[in-house]
Structure formats: structure tokens, C-alpha cells
Design a protein around this ligand. Structure first.
Ligand code: ZN
Length: 330
């Protein structure tokens, strides 16, 4: 692996005025704008464009800013926590769920409706998607494909948050064509999913039995709360990716629009600087070139790779430790 795509994203939530005081999201639009412009500026300092996943309320509330940033090279996609949208648009009467808690029909109806609002604000239909909390079920990719989406960043490998229908225990780790019927493995769709980058070396346990791996998000104090140093996370993500040797490799960095990214004293700004220095160091030491990329760039890169036919595996002695795995071709 000679180069890696550095993929910086921000989930742009509605203000807590229409969701919940404890929900992710800025206090007001001015707070949200400082976060967005600060993240954009910091990303540029690291030679990276930004992919913003924007909730419908946020698309409407800050439409002029999004159009301006898109003209400057930002990639814009739709972000969706159905329950937040429900409280804003339907008084909690429809779609009061996390994304993975909706049926295929509900997902289709919600995305058609919310996508139209987003398109009115931004000036074109959304082509990229990220579900809130990476909450998803097996209907998601088929629904997104049927609505004309090109790609998304829809999975957090290893995450287990059953109470929010976000379970990705055996998920594909690298960018791939998505599967129309089984979300955790690669498939044949043109829709490309770019998983969040995880340091898979140590499964962490949070509150109420939540399970996850450390990643590159300045939102969380991984070193202070879980003893996972930024240098360890960055080095492991790169080393694990190199060992898998995917056709397209990524290092994902993500955050939310409720931090003061214009303020150099903000803890998240300092964490970002620390982690990006470690990413640079790890890449330099491994001789891997960093390339700042949007989701659109990565989708294009995956689509340019040849489709590889996977042999159909048949049942045999499934749990033997050695021996050939039988396939229909063998
Ligand atoms: Zn979100």
C-alpha cells in the first residue's frame, strides 16, 4: 500500500433547540457555524478537504454556508437521526427511532421526504449518506441505492450499541461496494461504503455494556478515559490497514458541529493537532503517502477497482482449525 486516503468528516447536527438538551448538536446556528468553519480551516492546514454530513434542519438553517463551502471543494452528504427529524417535522409522531430501527419502507419514505428538504436548501439531491450513531439494519444499502445515492460512510466496525440498533461486530473494515441484503459484508452494489477507521487491537467497554474500538475523533478523550494514546491509535490503524492491503485504504477522522474549532485553546483542537501529528509520523515512518480525500474521491477510487468474484463457500467441517475451505468451484 503506497498511499492512504485521509478522510476528514463532520456530522452536522440540528441545534438542540429542536432535538434534546443532551443530544449531539450546537446550541444555535452561530455555534454550529464556528465549529464548521473552524474544522474546515484546520483540515486545510493538514491538506485535507472535508466531507460534511448534514442533517435536514441544518441544511435549511445554514444553506448559504453549505453552498459556499461546496463551491470551495467540500463534499456534502445527508446525515440522519430519524428521531431528531421526527421531533422537528412531525412532532414525534412519525420516524421516532434510530435509523436501524426503521423498516425498509419507513427508511425509503423518510429519506425521500428529508432528501427533498435537503435538496431544496443545498440546490441538488444528496448523493452521500451517514446514519446517526451508525445505526443501521440490512435494508439500508438497498434503500440508499434505490434512491440514487452513490456512497456513504455508514459503518463503525466492531461497534455494539444494541439500544440504538448500531451493531457492526463483523463488519468489513475497508472501503467496499455494499451488499444489498447483508450490511456487514462487501457486495455487488455500485453504492460504496467507507467504514470509519478503527484501531481493532483492543475492544473497549463503555457505559451500559457498550462496546467499541478507539478511533480518530477529537470528541473523545481516548487517552484519558481508556488509556489509548493517539500515537497507538494512529500507528495501529495504519499498520492494520497495511496488513490487510486493501485496494483502497483510508484513515478516517471524524467529529461533530458542536465544538469551538476556531478557538486554539479548545480541547478538541488540541486533540486534533496531536492525532494528526501522529498520523503524519506513522505514515512517514511506514513510507505511505497521505492523500486528503472527500467521500466522492474515495467512491470513485473504489469504483475504479475491478470487481473480484468471491467463491461460494459451502458447509463442511466449519470449526476445524486446519484444511481447505470447500467452495462450489473446488
Ligand atoms: Zn449524528
Amino acid at each position: 500500500m503506497e498511499s492512504v486516503h485521509v478522510f476528514m468528516t463532520m456530522d452536522c447536527e440540528p441545534t438542540t433547540a429542536t432535538s434534546h438538551p443532551d443530544a449531539t448538536g450546537p446550541r444555535d446556528w452561530a455555534h454550529g457555524e464556528r465549529a464548521v468553519r473552524g474544522w474546515w480551516k484546520l483540515a486545510q492546514e493538514h491538506g485535507c478537504p472535508v466531507t460534511f454530513f448534514i442533517h435536514p434542519e441544518t441544511a435549511v438553517g445554514q444553506a448559504a454556508m453549505w453552498r459556499e463551502l461546496e463551491a470551495e471543494g467540500a463534499c456534502l452528504g445527508l446525515h440522519m437521526h430519524p428521531w431528531k427529524y421526527s421531533m422537528w417535522k412531525h412532532g414525534g409522531k412519525r420516524y421516532l427511532a434510530h435509523f436501524g430501527g426503521l423498516s425498509a419502507e419507513e427508511q425509503h419514505a423518510l429519506l425521500s421526504e428529508a432528501g427533498a428538504i435537503w435538496a431544496d436548501a443545498i440546490g441538488h439531491a444528496p448523493l452521500y449518506f451517514r446514519p446517526g450513531t451508525y445505526s443501521a439494519n440490512d435494508s439500508m444499502y438497498a434503500v440508499l441505492s434505490s434512491l440514487g445515492y452513490d456512497g456513504g460512510s455508514c459503518s463503525a466496525p466492531g461497534r455494539v450499541l444494541p439500544e440504538m440498533q448500531a451493531i457492526w461486530t463483523g463488519a468489513e473494515l475497508d472501503p467496499h461496494r455494499a451488499n444489498a441484503v447483508f450490511r456487514q459484508t462487501a457486495g455487488e452494489l455500485d453504492f460504496v461504503n467507507v467504514p470509519q477507521s478503527m484501531d481493532m487491537s483492543r475492544l473497549l467497554e463503555g457505559r451500559i455494556g457498550r462496546r467499541m474500538y478507539a478511533d480518530l475523533r477529537p470528541d473523545v478523550d481516548w487517552p484519558g478515559q481508556y488509556g489509548a494514546a493517539w500515537s497507538t491509535i494512529a500507528t495501529n490503524i495504519l499498520a492494520q490497514t497495511m496488513a490487510r492491503n486493501p485496494a483502497v485504504g483510508t484513515i478516517g477522522v471524524q467529529t461533530h458541529n458542536h465544538y469551538e474549532y476556531l478557538d486554539p485553546e479548545c480541547p478538541q483542537v488540541q486533540r486534533l493537532r496531536a492525532m494528526m501529528a501522529e498520523v503524519r509520523k506513522a505514515c512517514d515512518e511506514a513510507g505511505v503517502q497521505r492523500r486528503g480525500s472527500t467521500l466522492a474521491d474515495i467512491v470513485q477510487a473504489v469504483r475504479a477497482t475491478p470487481r473480484v468474484a468471491t467463491p461460494f463457500v459451502v458447509e463442511g467441517a466449519i470449526f476445524e482449525s486446519q484444511g481447505k475451505v470447500p467452495t462450489l468451484q473446488s
